[in-house]
Write a new protein. Structure first.
Ligand SMILES: Cc1ncc(COP(=O)(O)O)c(C=O)c1O
Length: 492
């Protein structure tokens, strides 16, 4: 085969060979299934090193243009078949007959709203997660390599539905050290804490049943209620967390199947349930025999004040199902969360878990376990607390500096979020496009209420951006808001 090579060119020789062969394959000059010359043979005929040809072949293989057959050399791949007709993509009749009109989850809607605002230089305080530049990438790469090297075959099998035993033991140990006594077989690993709460809901809630939760609350929980046709009974939140003084009357009136609470640095308000209310809520759950789902999604991210006891730590009768996750304190794409409950409850949840996804990724659990046991997790938490604590302070100071009079916001002692109230009852949904044009976005408060109605409330994530970007973003937000008010656009 003759391939013209320009040895003076800055384009590496292997790229020239790859480009020539790619053109030949795509123009049909080299027919599908035809055999390419062996790398040694082609290297000799072109007067280049064999590695140069191997690199060119590897690039072509990665492009799907050629394939190797063990011991037989490399062959030209057939082009992918294009469908002759456009496949049917309308809703089939059975779908409309069997199901009510579709609803779109709040999480999807917020993702779409964020995507619609995308523009160069936009500063976003809208998302729910931490800062990806702080993920411990190198440590995870090492842990993954070690697991594949030392436990490769076991790690690639399904694994047990309840979770990888050493990880269950490690989680039980961490919780016990935090005052939440737990045995490894009282822990169930789940694919994120969303699955943990979803399993509990599937176990306990039937269409039309009531469940009780803070208002506003985590939109993933609102979506779960909608998907199960459960009615959400809302309990208002103030700076001290859920208004527990209102709960008893609601329990009597609505007989909810469960109470869902985020006691530490609640999403979206950042409020932390005070210790007296924790005891009162638990006492109510016990006396009315209603299970209490405690979602502790960022409990370890405290920057100020002393830790409050977990509801689970106070629980003597098994009322509390404790749920947590590594999504916010470590890496969201691990999709590893867990729940802690008594063994009889756990065995029922385990049966549901099996029907849901068989098991949470065994490989990922082993990597996480390897990462935690070398002591990296605690170090990572210390780093996050330091960075996020600084960012919280920066955002609070910037809000004081730039927000127009009448704006109010919470002062969280941990977590990820500040909850802000716009002056004069302005709708945060209506103001969103103006803020987006000014180069800053947030999560409108309507996403965190069951009725989804516009409100003068919004959530700011202070953990995701470095301090100088936070300063600039809040400056933009304050200026845009002041202008919005002064030009009267708010009243239109
Ligand atoms: C209250 C609450 N719980 C849990 C989660 C995390 O869910 P997962 O563990 O499924 O990533 C979130 C994420 O936003 C949350 O806000």
């Amino acid at each position: 085969m003759r391939i013209p090579l320009n040895r003076e060119s800055t384009l590496p020789l292997y790229k020239q060979i790859q480009g020539f062969l790619q053109d030949q394959i795509q123009s049909g000059g080299l027919a599908p299934k035809s055999r390419l010359p062996a790398s040694r043979e082609l290297a000799t005929s072109l007067g280049v090193g064999r590695l140069t040809v191997i690199n060119a072949y590897e690039e072509l293989e990665a492009q799907g243009l050629i394939y190797g057959m063990r011991g037989n050399g490399m062959f030209v791949a057939s082009p992918p078949e294009m469908p002759g007709e456009i496949p049917v993509d309308d809703a089939p009749t059975w779908l409309e007959r069997q199901l009510p009109p579709p609803w779109v989850s709040s999480s999807q809607q917020l993702d779409e709203l964020i995507a619609s605002a995308a523009r160069p230089g936009l500063i976003s305080f809208a998302e729910g997660g931490g800062d990806s530049s702080l993920f411990p990438l190198g440590d995870f790469r090492t842990a993954l390599r070690l697991v594949l090297r030392d436990q490769g075959r076991e790690a690639l099998a399904y694994g047990e539905s309840s979770g990888y035993k050493p990880l269950l033991a490690t989680i039980a140990q961490i919780l016990t050290a935090q005052g939440i006594p737990a045995l490894p077989d009282q822990v169930l690993i789940t694919s994120g804490s969303q699955q943990a709460v979803g399993l509990v809901m599937r176990l306990l809630v039937r269409p039309g049943d009531a469940v009780l939760a803070e208002s506003p609350t985590h939109m993933g929980f609102i979506d779960l209620c909608r998907s199960l046709n459960a009615s959400l009974i809302e309990v208002p939140v103030d700076e001290q967390g859920m208004r527990v003084d209102l709960v008893e009357a609601l329990l009597r009136r609505h007989h909810p199947r469960l109470i869902y609470t985020v006691p530490n640095f609640q999403n979206p308000t950042g409020a932390c349930l005070n210790s007296q209310r924790r005891r009162q809520l638990l006492a109510l759950a016990e006396s009315y025999q209603v299970p209490l789902v405690e979602d502790d999604f960022v409990g370890d991210l405290r920057y100020r004040g002393a830790a409050q006891p977990a509801l689970k730590a106070l629980d003597r009768g098994g009322a509390v199902i404790y749920v947590s996750t590594f999504s916010k304190m470590l890496i969201p794409s691990l999709r590893i969360g867990f729940l802690v409950t008594t063994r009889p409850v756990l065995s029922r949840l385990l049966a549901l878990k099996h029907t849901s996804d068989v098991a949470t990724s065994n490989l990922t659990q082993r990597v996480l376990e390897a990462y935690i046991t070398v002591g990296r997790y605690q170090a990572c938490l210390r780093r996050l607390r330091h960075s996020f604590g600084q960012r919280r302070n920066t955002m609070l100071a910037a809000l004081s500096r730039y927000m127009p009079p009448g704006t109010r916001w919470t002062t969280p002692s941990g977590g990820l979020f500040i909850w802000l109230q716009l002056p004069g009852g302005l709708s945060a949904d209506a103001f969103f496009p103006t803020a987006g044009k000014a180069g800053v976005i947030y999560a409108p408060g309507s996403f965190f209420f069951y009725d989804g109605c516009p409100r003068p409330l919004l959530r700011l994530n202070f953990a995701r951006q470095p301090p100088e970007i936070i300063e600039e973003g809040i400056n933009r937000l304050g200026s845009a808001l002041s202008e919005y008010i002064s030009t009267g656009r708010a009243n239109r």
